[in-house]
Design a protein around this ligand. Sequence first.
Ligand code: HEM
Length: 485
Amino acid sequence: MDISFDISSSFQISRTYSGCSLNHVRHVLRHPNKNILREEFPAWHDKYGPIIRIEPDHLHIRDIDAFNQVHKMGSRFDKEPALYSFPFSKGSIFNTWSNKVARGHRDMYAPYFSRTAIVNLQSVDKENLGKFLKRMDAMAADSRTIDLTRGFKCLTGDTILRYIFNQSFNALDSPGFIHPLIDPVEDFISDWTFTAAWYFPKLMGVIAAVCIKWPRIGKLNKSFKCALEQVEFCGQRVVEFREREKDQRAHIFYAPLNPNPKKGHPTLNEITLARDGWILFFAGTDTSAGTLAFGTWHLLNNPHHLRMLQEELKKAIPKSDDLSTIEQGWVELEKLDFLRAVVKESLRLFYGIPGKNPRVVPPEGTTLCGQFIPGGTVISMSAYTYQHNPAYFSTHPHHEFRPERWLKKEDAEWNEKFLFPFGRGARNCLGQNLALATLYMTFAYIFRRFELELFETTKEDMDWHDGLLPMTFGHLKVKAKRMQE
Ligand code: HEM
């Protein structure tokens, strides 16, 4: 690797972090308690300006105009192959580096994730949410502890699988919300294999290829076993769609199984479609569940905000038992000012992808923040550094959960410019409408129906590390009581 810094000597280099990815690993080993992303990136930007070099050919940029330029529709800043070579999802949307190629691929699924499609299919959400609330009712009646970190994942996992395959793991029925195909995802992300894939993508690509070719070997590792079985589940569903439901246009794999080259649709084999299914499941389970857990944790630590939310919900949902009280579900709930503020603030503090989301500068180079950056340079723009920038989120302390920062129209309009938990532009989150519907519906009904109290959950439990998503060190546990009507 060229470490002569020919990119431009004018970029200030954070010396502790410069070097190749190996230096990052070395830095982490030397300072195990130091969270580089949270403690160092913002400080380096404050000291050196909007562009810092975090590896010899990898810059980090904190500037909203630059962000919008890189992440706009039609952007030619492709995903960086090394990081987006996620094992087990070769060929899937997520791993398609070129934005141009990804467009046709995304277009085949996009109609099923449009706002209209999600609004029309909300019965899926309501059905799973009803099941989840029933489980909570039973646990509340027995004064049992509820592990909401797990419960939310079962809810979001079942919701996505029902949405894309019309089948699910029925994780919501599993005792203690511990389901063998949902629970290990957390270990998978926290495991050495995931960390290794992050820093040594090529090596992990080879290991993953061996595991895929000889699954019996792969399944000896707990994390690989979980991923392989999930992909197998998705593969079986794709085959079912091909064989039994090929003429039914109303399923998500109709276009991918019947691609139209005139519309730019790529022809993908069934393995790739299974991997797409897996990516949709993987990308949508811990993300929505994590946002729900973060928001719930903050609300339970802020009785004043909790009361405001509950008062608003009591007026909007007269009967907590009735999921149909609000005909339009998500659409109606979005109009509730405080609930909307809670959802936005929960997304702000969940970040989406808090750390690196590398893109490659197109061959001719580009100018960002007034500086020329040569083609081939890798740049990241971590949501954490934007969503915690006091210059952007200035009405209330940026590190505090303060839904009120979204209540005044002019504040909300300003804040919105700097909030991008779903990314933006060409490669933004395909499932964001489904995620939003789930967040609005779940926050509304859980806080309308129950009084929740934290149970043996500490600040340390809810602290997080960067595992692509913010992964908490412990779980959110509560005791629930039915609220008086
Ligand atoms: C609160 C919940 C969610 C958050 C915060 C979130 C966040 C994100 C972010 C930040 C990206 C862009 C990643 C990048 O720059 O590489 C992304 C991509 C993606 N998300 Fe989500 N997501 C959520 C829920 C979902 C759901 C429910 C689904 C699907 C069912 C989904 C499917 C995807 C897919 C397929 C991509 C890849 C798109 C591409 O590569 O073109 N996400 N998500």
